[in-house]
Design a protein around this ligand. Structure first.
Ligand SMILES: [Zn+2]
Length: 102
């Protein structure tokens, strides 16, 4: 029987910058969504994201976190996100940048 990936419940993360410099780095002037999509678990964010298979043991990986672009000054390829995957079987991780419009 083929294993399917495990889904961790989605846990939203909210940036809490503590310095003026950090506060200025967060958010976009012309985009209200980018910069707010940080989370643990849930489905990976983005269009047509394929769940990767582990390079070590070939098991389907689990989306462990999604890290959003930070803001205008620290943008990831035009408001992309980074999806972080982990193999819960052997502990291997992988990440990829994905385009996401919502
Ligand atoms: Zn593995």
């Amino acid at each position: 029987m083929e294993k399917t990936e495990m889904l961790i419940p989605e846990i939203k993360l909210i940036p809490s910058p503590t310095t003026e410099e950090a506060k200025a780095a967060v958010g976009y002037k012309w985009n209200d969504v980018a910069g707010t999509r940080h989370k643990l678990g849930g489905e990976p964010t983005g269009e047509n994201v394929e769940i990767p298979s582990c390079v070590m043991c070939k098991q389907p990986m689990t989306c462990y976190a999604t890290i959003d672009s930070i803001g205008d000054d620290y943008d990831l390829a035009d408001c992309c996100v980074i999806n972080v995957f982990v193999c819960l079987n052997c502990g291997t991780t992988s990440s990829q940048i994905d385009q996401a419009h919502a």
